[in-house]
Write a protein that binds this ligand. Structure first.
Ligand code: SF4
Length: 276
């Protein structure tokens, strides 16, 4: 998958190392300062100055999310609480996972990059979930741009009750772990795992690690602004259906620097982000 935004590995203070952008490409470097309730994040981001799609912003959002999740986990540890999520526990992967439109486009790019047989297997899993949701008359409501929070919550509870694993869950592990959405990265609990199995995130005893700056929100607001629509999130299992209806948005391009700066502005509305 091509990536439009990369963190410079030599100056990166944002977590995982990533490859540097080859010199021959037209790139611009930005110092990013992000004031968050979990402390400041500083780093250097290198951006293609050429045309960029919304999906190209996603790797940066994931990288920032990783840093915030790590800090939130440390804060919990300091308070004497340990994250109880562990390997081979895929209980939360039966929940309805909300994605911002750029993440949805990124996920479809990922599916498109797979070999045909692997992609086919995954698309069949998506289709099986969609068919079950159709039987419950839930698809139209979930895809409606004005689905209310109350209705969304009621559907999300029913969705969990139906126990439909995420198409990417294999042997109780995430098969796209490095590319998993913001919501999956942010979902960590300090309560006993058995509580999740009972009622998912809707159980009253669940102690979810609070995340002060969910980055799917600015990605959704940016898309809304650029497309003249209302900010929205899309359930992961409906992503292929939704993206097929919005393929023009997926393919739209903007100058990379403009797109990145707009994202930082959207993040800054909550956090005080700065770029220069
Ligand atoms: S993307 Fe991965 S972590 Fe997220 S719900 Fe699917 S299997 Fe679970």
């Amino acid at each position: 998958m091509d990536q439009g935004v990369k963190v410079d590995s030599h100056q990166n203070q944002m977590g995982d190392r990533r490859p540097t952008v080859p010199n021959k490409r037209n790139v611009a470097g930005f110092e990013v300062k992000l004031a968050t309730p979990l402390g400041p994040i500083r780093g250097r981001v290198t951006i293609d100055t050429g045309p960029m799609r919304l999906a190209h912003l996603v790797s940066t959002a994931y990288e920032l999310t990783n840093i915030l999740v790590e800090r939130a986990a440390k804060r919990e540890e300091k308070a004497g609480r340990r994250i109880s999520c562990g390997p081979k526990c895929g209980v939360c992967c039966c929940q309805m996972i909300p994605l911002s439109p750029p993440e949805a486009f990124y996920l479809v790019d990922l599916l498109d990059s797979l070999d045909t047989s692997h992609r086919q297997v995954l698309l069949e899993r998506f289709e099986a979930v969609v068919n079950k949701l159709k039987k419950g008359n839930m698809v139209e409501e979930l895809l409606a741009p004005d689905c209310s929070d109350d209705l969304g919550l009621a559907i999300a509870k029913e969705y969990f009750r139906m126990q439909m694993p995420c198409p990417f869950l294999e042997e109780e592990s995430c098969s796209i772990h490095p590319n998993r959405p913001v919501a999956c990265r942010e979902y960590n609990v300090t309560s006993p795992p058995e509580l999740c199995a009972d009622a998912g995130m809707y159980s009253s005893g669940i102690a979810k690690v609070p995340m002060p700056l969910p980055l799917s929100a600015p990605l959704a607001r940016l898309t809304a602004h650029l497309t003249g629509t209302k900010a929205r999130l899309i359930p992961l299992t409906l992503v292929p259906v939704w993206v097929a209806e919005h393929d023009d948005w997926r393919r739209m391009e903007w100058p990379g620097v403009t797109l990145f700066q707009r994202l930082m502005e959207e993040i800054g509305r909550r956090s005080g982000a700065e770029t220069r």
